[in-house]
Ligand binder design. Structure first.
Ligand code: SF4
Ligand code: SF4
Length: 306
């Protein structure tokens, strides 16, 4: 049988924010939402794409290795003496990135198989064991590659690792149903309880997301769910919104905790490296006290389920 392969753009070791203990987080390519505040824009497109760091670049006049190396003639000098990527013509082969002496060009997106990823994550076995950590699939949306995600999780489970996955839930039910049996924790994002507002800020309504959440809790009652909302100023930072999601979470016994994540702008530089504008035009930060006050509302989930 041919083993499925997947496309990922990063493996981050020693993470402590994406499930219990110390974890390796595997970031999948491709996403079905376009959240305006997305901090991983390199995750959104399904295929590989080039990221160019202007600060590192030596300039085409002084270097130009990338322009010379591209077998398709896709790169050309810009008036600022930087390589301009004609993205609509790029094949994502990575030749230019490999030729760059300054590591200014990076190809975001690598095809991997289960064996290679398992070898990589087992390098940190001692950290998982001591911290009761494991591996988390993230993205992007891991459930856009359901066969690969299921094969990877199944193998990691056989090898005794704790397995978590972050999802935005905007996927066909069959993808969710095929992967959940191989999970120890499901981390489920809900950006807004109102579908039209959800569509305005993410490009999609939330009907499928809510439907999948209800179905997961009904079909996999023993799979713990951590519900999460990134709190974005002017989008969902109101008591009314958090109250509504808290009510929903309290009605679902599998939801063990409802957690709020404060908005940050760390991903903004990545948009420039991808030749894109940062879509979210709201305030640059959120008041930590405001998030803490909203979290106190959300903490009702734990109190009601204890
Ligand atoms: S990734 Fe390949 S096709 Fe795209 S610009 Fe670089 S060398 Fe050219
Ligand atoms: S090879 Fe790297 S350093 Fe040289 S011009 Fe291209 S991006 Fe800049």
């Amino acid at each position: 049988m041919v083993e499925p392969t997947g496309i990922i753009f990063n493996v981050q070791s020693f993470s402590i924010h994406d499930g219990p203990g110390i974890r390796d987080v595997i970031f999948f390519k491709g996403c079905s939402l376009r959240c305006q505040w997305c901090s991983n824009p390199e995750s959104q497109n399904a295929g590989p794409e080039l990221s160019h760091n202007r600060q590192r670049c030596l300039g085409v006049a002084g270097c130009g290795s990338c322009v010379a190396s591209c077998p398709y003639g896709v790169l050309e000098p810009s008036p600022e003496n930087l390589p301009h990527v004609r993205r609509d013509l790029c094949h994502g082969c990575g030749t230019c990135a490999r030729s760059c002496p300054a590591q200014a060009l990076k190809l975001m997106g690598t095809v991997v198989d289960v064996e290679a990823l398992c070898t990589r994550v087992h390098q940190n076995d001692s950290f998982y064991a001591h911290s009761e950590g494991g591996v988390t699939l993230s993205g992007g949306e891991p459930l856009l590659q359901p066969l690969f995600a299921a094969a990877l999780l199944e193998r990691l489970g056989r090898e005794g690792l704790h397995r978590a996955m972050e999802t935005a839930g905007h996927v066909p039910w069959e993808s969710m149903a095929g992967v959940c049996p191989h999970l120890d924790l499901l981390i489920y994002d809900l950006k807004h309880p109102d579908s039209e507002t959800h569509r305005r800020w993410t490009g999609q309504g939330n009907e499928r997301i809510l439907d999948n959440l209800h179905r997961v809790c009904a079909m996999f009652p023993h799979l713990p769910v951590l519900l999460r909302t990134p709190v974005i100023p002017g989008v969902n930072d109101s008591e009314e919104v958090i109250e509504r999601v808290t009510e929903l979470a309290c009605s679902l016994p599998s939801v063990e905790r409802y957690e709020l994540l404060p908005y940050h702008r760390f991903g903004e530089a990545k948009y420039i490296q991808l030749d894109r504008d940062y879509p979210y035009k709201g305030p640059s930060s959120i008041d930590k006290e405001r998030v803490a006050a909203l979290q106190r509302i959300a903490d009702r989930v734990e109190q009601e389920h204890c």
